[in-house]
Design a protein. Structure first.
Length: 154
């Protein structure tokens, strides 16, 4: 699977049979997910916890997606704890996001946000790798890494 930023300033995840778009809403192959519920689209299994939290199973990797507008409840943190990789849209308090990502403990973190958010991540001790795309396979989960995609809405 591969993450990249598209021309609409959205993050795309391409798998063998699906394209997942992470914007303020999440869509798989043009089917917009509507929050809580279970979905199976293009070989991607999804559990929608709410409008801002999703857990995906794709190509043998458990991936979470969260839009940090507010702190997650303890129950939501527990549901996200199975995530090996985590896509994090930084729209709110970056310090809260750092704290909660640390509680989830994903091997791979992929952050998307403003220049200001990037600076706060770095000052929070996160060693970011900035790239135009990130290829993710099962073997990539052996060491912890954090990636950053710059939002153009800065």
């Amino acid at each position: 699977m591969q993450f990249s930023k598209n021309k609409k300033n959205e993050i795309e995840l391409k798998t063998k049979n699906a394209t997942v778009i992470f914007d303020h809403k999440v869509a798989i192959n043009d089917v917009e997910l509507e929050g809580a519920g279970e979905y199976e689209i293009g070989g991607v299994s999804v559990e929608g916890i709410d409008d801002n939290l999703y857990v995906f199973q794709a190509e043998d990797v458990v991936l979470g997606a969260v839009d940090f507008k507010q702190k997650m409840s303890k129950e939501h943190l527990e549901k996200m704890s199975s995530c090996e990789a985590l896509f994090v849209r930084l729209d709110g308090n970056v310090e809260d996001a750092i704290e909660q990502v640390n509680q989830i403990e994903p091997k791979i973190s992929i952050y998307f946000g403003s220049n200001d958010a990037r600076a706060k991540l770095v000052s929070g001790g996160i060693d970011l790798i900035e790239q135009d795309s990130v290829k993710l396979t099962r073997s990539d989960l052996e060491e912890e890494r954090a990636y950053f995609f710059q939002s153009e809405n800065d």
